[in-house]
Design a binder for this molecule. Structure first.
Ligand code: KG4
Ligand code: ZN
Length: 340
């Protein structure tokens, strides 16, 4: 089964062809980072316009690189939420247009379901499982039953983990998106140089909070600058990252013990973080749970993960018609109930 995936929820215009939900045949990502970098973050209106200019070329390139025509495909999957509304609309409209023109079945995919499917592209994931979703817009622990039936155990009360990375990066003068740069610098810094807070660590829930951590970093940097002290940016990055990792690892390990589920899937852009991957793998070995991480190239937004998720849904008989819409704040519950 060959499925075309389209993803335009934020600042990547992406298309990919995936076979049987397992093999990436082609994948094209037109990143808008260069456009948004000078603004320090994604400008929604600019993102929408760039998606419009790029989406058909990206889809055509994905088909060309796969050596396929429309007749070789079995379905079209597109991110229908959550994300930037104008950006999502471009992908959804394009997918509906292609479905109408080709007669191929269409399925709208929740962005988080896509991120979870990224881990399934490289690994034999058995369900039930738990998912630790850490991206620029989400930080959540989910129970995943049969593939794509999700129950939320907890999530962030304020900033997402990736958002905290990007904000801390900006504080220490690194450009957007800061996550990968903080990750790299953290590898050369001392994680114990600064004692940053670990919010909710002692609390008996699966919730997170990262805005206090970000403020603590801001205060520390401002205080030292005021005193004329030199700040080792690598130490700030390493200490910040350690605080994030400590909380994420502890909470997902606790979720394993509480639910009895022994399979954990790591998902989202922050899943590319080297420190987090290493720390989680170490904890999995000690606590005896199975950890599945996506390949590095499939952690941040891409369309292969949407095609993979779409394949499982199409196989299960899920179809959406041309009334499929884009939803900026789509919940997993609404999506699962077909309210799209
Ligand atoms: O999943 P994603 O591409 O977009 C959303 O759905 O939000 O995640 C992007 C986020 C950004 O905040 C980016 O800084 C962060 O993931 N990120 C990282 C790393 N690579 C990307 N954060 C920490 N370490 C990384 N290596
Ligand atoms: Zn994402």
């Amino acid at each position: 089964m060959k499925v075309l995936g389209i993803e335009t929820s934020c600042d990547e215009t992406a298309a990919a062809v995936v076979a049987d939900g397992r093999t990436v045949i082609s994948q094209v990502i037109a990143s808008q980072i260069a456009t948004h970098e000078r603004f320090g973050g994604v400008v929604p209106e600019v993102a929408s316009r760039q998606h419009i200019e790029t989406v058909t070329r990206v889809v055509e390139q994905a088909l060309r690189e796969a050596g396929m025509n429309w007749g070789d495909l079995d379905g079209i999957a597109v991110t229908c939420g959550p994300g930037l509304l104008g950006a999502l609309l471009v992908g959804v409209s394009a997918a509906k247009g292609y479905a109408l023109a080709t007669g191929l079945p269409l399925v709208g995919v929740h962005h988080i379901a896509g991120h979870v499917a990224a881990a399934c592209l490289a690994n034999d994931v058995s369900f039930p499982a738990l998912a630790l979703v850490v991206s620029g817009g989400h930080t959540e622990i989910l129970e995943v039953d049969a593939l794509f039936r999700f129950t939320k155990l907890g999530g962030t009360k304020d900033d997402a983990a990736g958002e905290a990375y990007d904000k801390v990066a900006r504080l220490v003068g690194l450009t957007y998106p800061g996550g990968p740069k903080v990750d790299k610098l953290a590898q050369t810094g001392n994680p114990e140089a600064y004692a940053f807070p670990r919010a909710f660590l002692e609390e008996d829930n699966f919730d997170f909070s990262f805005s206090g951590l970000k403020s603590a970093v801001a205060n520390e940097v401002a205080k030292r600058r005021q005193r004329g002290e030199t700040i080792r940016i690598a130490d700030v990055c390493a200490s910040f990252q350690q605080a994030v990792i400590d909380v994420l690892v502890e909470k997902i390990a606790r979720a394993v013990h509480t639910t009895g589920r022994r399979v954990v899937v790591l998902a989202g852009g922050v899943a590319a973080n080297h420190g987090l991957r290493t720390a989680l793998a170490a904890r999995a070995a000690v606590d005896g749970f199975i950890l599945h991480v996506p390949p590095l190239t499939l952690c941040t937004d891409n369309a292969a993960m949407i095609a993979a998720a779409g394949t499982f849904l199409l196989r299960a008989g899920v179809r959406h018609n041309l009334s499929l819409n884009a939803h900026a704040t789509l919940s997993l519950g609404d999506w699962q109930a077909g309210r799209v």
